[in-house]
Design a protein. Sequence first.
Length: 373
Amino acid sequence: MNRFFLSLSRGTERALTLELQELGAKNIKESPSGIWCEHEDPNFYYVLALKSRIALHIYLPLYEFEISSQDDFYDEILKIDWDKHLSLDETFSITANCKSSVFTHNHYLALKMKDGICDHFFYRTKKRPDVDTKTPDKAFAITMNKNRCMVSIDVSGFSLHKRGYRLDSNLAPLMETVAASLIRLSEWDGEKPFYDLMCGSGTLGIEAGLYSSKRYLLQEKNDFSFLKWTQFSNDYYNQIVSKVVEETKENTTIYFNDISSKNVEVAKKNCRRAKLVNNIKFDVSSILDYKPETDSGLVILNPPYGERMGDETKIQKLYQALYEHLKQNFKGFRVSVISSKEEHLQELKFKPTKIYNIFNGNIKCRFALFDIY
Ligand SMILES: C[S@@+](CC[C@H](N)C(=O)[O-])C[C@H]1O[C@@H](n2cnc3c(N)ncnc32)[C@H](O)[C@@H]1O
């Protein structure tokens, strides 16, 4: 079996586990910093990189060892046969993450590893490979937990939330991977209509559209680091891509709405960039005036928290009015709401079907699912 390690945003573990099960991963296990899984296919990471909407990075573990001092660490790095993973004409980067008393600064750990890699080449050839932190040919990672170290390689070389559709805006957008997690946790079938009614830049609606049409933007972006690796199997990768393209279908109707016409314009532009052009509808109104066009569907709401935008009492009043409005106009719908304030969610007096803890950036949030009868 081949092992893979996936990093993620805090609170998306459950959603990523469900996604990995669907992708056919085996022996899925949570760890404090991510999720491990296994597969009989050593190139399973092609599938993971193409199809995971929730993971941030996918790592192939290369070496694991224990150390008791900084010198030990350097010696272990020097011993690795780096020629198997890097050549002098390739650039590299290192991301470090340490929870250890041997190294207490990520940056210093990364520097020490860089020295070990460069010296490995320099002792024999008097040349060293160059570091490129932005677009490296090989993106290595070092994780240190107490005395235990893992050297791995990041297969994509960039964070997978960078789908490429989002325009810069000063809204408070959800990270694409977090939006995909909320959709997965809402247990949506991808067929019922989807309503992003406080859409801001449209991340939830766009992720829903991609999920519903089984499209994966990163495949279209074609930018993964592993595409340049010498062991890369073009034929095998193309087979996977062809299957992905074959399975693509028309998305269900996605409804976007926001009280701000400016935000709806941003959402429209982002949809175009994501090539989400069919079966989408845009409205500008307060959610309290919004009536759905269908009898059922999924609504996901990401109202202002009052921490980054909006003001506390106004938001509490909005939740109180929202309860009445949903009760009268959204019977037959599932409504999922993310908020950093438990007391706001409690203003929605429906009994939650499920509640999850999830982080939006550094903000600890609750995500509640309500079925409106
Ligand atoms: C936290 S932002 C949503 C961010 C969005 N999920 C994204 O990824 O860009 C909250 C949004 O709610 C909108 N909003 C606030 N009050 C509203 C109301 N009464 N009706 C509809 N939208 C409202 C704001 O204009 C803002 O765009």
